[in-house]
Design a protein around this ligand. Structure first.
Ligand code: SAH
Ligand code: SF4
Ligand code: F3S
Length: 446
């Protein structure tokens, strides 16, 4: 039997596309190999969001080149955003690559593998969703659901609009059907995926259907029997409407966690980033969340060292972090990307040492505030979806709360169980606790 190996870089969207690649390969009769050297088809699903993502993947390609030299029958494939951003240049730079494809052409991989001609080929035209492809999920009880592809925003630093194209939404009925099928397979938690999830539905009107709102979709998914938890990522602050915030308060399955990417705290920098909101408007969204869902965890993404960012601008980012008290934040140093507006800026660049120093200051504030904010959870009994054993202590279990906090706890339970955990401690990233016996007995009775 032929075997394949997939290495995935980048975001959840890529993880999900890889599930589709794996599912498709298995339907062609391939089996998964644990290591690349044992595989007949070696695939990389690439990311290009920051320079580091590129260099990480290029290091892996060196290994693939050696494997191809050992056995020229092996097929080396490169998919995803990096491939899309360089297109046919893939073959010029890495002549040992057999097939290259962008995020919208995952299905072409099957076509390539089942034709006789083994000349190198590239597929880079967006042709549709992977929704109809088989998938191989990592866990039985959790699933990703891609609700849209592409992005209509034009954030000046971001490569994604050029790698994933214009936004296209999948129809409501198709999504409801997919989630129903997942629930029937035992899935309890779904994460709705899109580059800008809360603009979902608007583009449906362009294709002759009725325009829909993201809140409508949340209501429809919440109504599906068997789905205990709904998450989504990422929303855009400009499209974060009151109906979505209210849905967090009203819908039993919609988790108390909102990822609200800030990027920068100064309106001047936000404007240069083309984020389409100001500092005030962002804080207004936070106030709306706190008003309707006071307990919600709010997390964010922040970029430091955007071209032209002054000390005053950066101080405003720190100030928002102090004020909001994020439950967590992904922090990035600005990385110039090919083909982007900000990537072409040559003036007023922030010096490397300044970026590094700002990053340290930012991380200090983010972690301190996250630790403080996490203390509200100590002493409470939280619902935890068990994922497996703790990474640091195999005698303990690990799961996630509805706030999306990792929880390490003692007690007996199986992956996929929803249990109640008494929280005894909290750091910036994780909670610790003990399985609550009373609650788990009642969960077992259910
Ligand atoms: N569509 C999502 C995710 C985009 S990528 C969203 O809009 O939230 C994830 C994060 O990477 C972004 O939120 C941003 O903080 C960061 N990022 C994107 N491009 C970057 C760049 N050129 N340099 C540094 N960070 C970047
Ligand atoms: Fe990139 Fe902005 Fe679109 Fe997010 S919203 S994918 S940061 S262009
Ligand atoms: Fe995701 Fe990286 Fe593409 S973050 S959308 S895989 S550039």
């Amino acid at each position: 039997m032929k075997r394949y190996h997939v290495t995935t870089f980048g975001c959840q969207m890529n993880e999900h596309d890889s599930e589709r690649m794996k599912g498709m390969l298995e339907s062609l009769g391939y089996a998964e190999a644990d290591a690349a050297q044992d595989a007949d088809v070696i695939l990389f699903n690439t990311c290009s969001i920051r320079e580091k993502a590129d260099s990480k993947f290029i290091a892996h390609l060196g290994h693939a080149k050696r494997l191809k030299r050992e056995d020229p029958e092996r097929i080396i494939g490169v998919g995803g955003c990096w491939a899309q951003s360089v297109k046919d240049e893939v073959f010029a730079r890495f002549p040992f690559v057999d097939v290259a494809f962008g995020p919208g052409q995952v299905h072409k991989l099957a076509e390539f593998l089942t034709t006789d001609s083994l000349t190198a080929q590239g597929f880079f035209e967006f042709e549709g969703f992977t929704g109809h492809l088989p998938r191989k999920r990592a866990r039985d009880f959790q699933a990703w659901v891609q609700i849209s592809a592409g992005c209509n925003m034009a954030c000046s630093y971001c490569i994604v609009p050029s790698t994933r194209g214009r936004e296209v939404s999948r129809p409501l009925e198709e999504l409801v059907e997919e989630v129903r099928a997942l629930a029937a397979e035992g899935v309890k938690e779904v994460t709705l995926l899109g580059q800008n999830v809360n603009s979902w539905g608007r583009s449906l009107a362009a294709r002759g259907a009725r325009a829909r709102s993201f809140a409508e979709l949340l209501h429809a998914v919440d109504a599906i029997e068997g789905i205990d938890r709904i998450r989504y990522t990422s929303p855009h602050p400009s499209d974060m409407k009151e109906d979505v915030v209210v849905a967090h308060a009203e819908l039993a399955s919609l988790c108390e966690h909102i990822h609200l990417p800030l990027q920068a705290g100064s309106s001047r920098v936000l404007k240069a980033m083309r984020r389409t909101y100001t500092r005030e408007r962002y804080l207004d969204r936070v106030a709306l969340i706190r008003e309707h869902v006071p307990d919600a965890a709010i997390t964010t993404d922040i970029i430091v060292g955007f071209p032209g960012e002054t000390e005053e601008d950066f101080a405003q980012t720190l100030e928002i972090c102090e004020q909001v008290g994020y439950d967590g934040a992904f922090t990035f140093v600005f990385s110039p990307r090919r083909g982007t507006e900000a990537g072409a800026i040559t003036e007023n660049l922030v010096a490397h040492e300044v970026k590094v120093q700002r990053m340290q200051r930012l991380v200090e504030v983010v972690q301190r505030r996250a630790t403080e904010r996490a203390q509200r959870l100590v002493g409470r009994e939280l619902e935890v979806l068990v994922e497996g054993t703790s990474r640091t202590d195999p005698a303990r279990l690990r799961g996630r709360s509805r706030h999306n906090k990792a929880v390490n706890f003692s007690g007996l339970a199986s992956p996929g169980d929803l249990v109640a955990v008494q929280i005894t401690g909290a750091s910036s990233q994780t909670l610790t606790g003990e399985l609550s016996l009373l609650a788990s007995a009642s969960a077992a009775a259910r």
